[in-house]
Design a protein around this ligand. Sequence first.
Ligand code: GLV
Ligand code: GLV
Length: 325
Amino acid sequence: MPKKIYITRNIPDNGISMLREKGFEIDINPDNRILSKSELVDSLKAKPYDAVLCLLTDTIDAEIFDACPTAKIFANYAVGFNNFNLADAKSRGVTVTNTPGGLTNTVAEHTIALMMTLASRIVEGDKYMREGKYNGWDPMLLLGRDLGGLTLGILGTGHIGSRVAHIASNGLGMKVAYYDIARNDRLEQECHAEICNNIEDVLKVSDAVSIHVPLLDSTKHLINADRLKMMKPTAYLLNTSRGPVIDEVALVEALQNKVIAGAGLDVFENEPKLAPGLAELPNVVLTPHIASGTESTRQDMSRMAATNLIEFLEGRVPPNSVPLA
Ligand code: GLV
Ligand code: GLV
């Protein structure tokens, strides 16, 4: 009997082909949309699946595991895995995997793009042109900021945060300040990055602050109204991690009141919804959770998710198991 895999939404073909070549039986959600919890439960009850490939938009907890007790591996097509209840996975002996690595540089480049877009006022300029407002060169028009020499603050110096620091430091000539629970000697050497004693100190010294922490109970609303007030009024806030790390309502208020100068956001607290007022602000740049969305990275993620499933289903240890302890 071939092993059975359920895939919650279509992903790039390369990983799916790898699974088919192994002879696995594959069912894919036929609709190109996010399944509701009850739809996912019903889909998983249809057959005794051995494995599930899921997305960051699927909430995976006891209800899902119990709908399909035969599936002992859930491969997340994402580096983040806050969509999982890991305690529920652990208590049921389910292995969870993610797709780190390939997307590091892709997300870092998107983060830098958001920062440069704000500093060079690209979106405002584009809108101005399309609205036919341009009447000729103007010495005072849409003045932006030079990033070289300014300080980029990094919250969380894992792979992505470190890569952002590298590009900012070595590519743009920015200074780097950071806070992480662990000191990052390599970053200090390679980017002359300076560790701060706490998050607050990063916020105070930085001209742009970029968030690269996972979403955990302890990082929810890490950036709240009080912390926004500690930032410079000229500073930008960048988020390509997870939306709930920022109190989005407080951010809108801070942007409206010029507490900070701007924000570049790829993730939102209640995706796909935006906090009221956010989309009306001229000093924000918004992208629809596409920071890892290059063709090659999405193929890489597809390959990694498939590899995790193949290794597990053939009785080996998958390369990207998420620690459940
Ligand atoms: C994207 O947000 C990911 O976690 O891969
Ligand atoms: C975490 O997602 C990291 O790679 O920094």
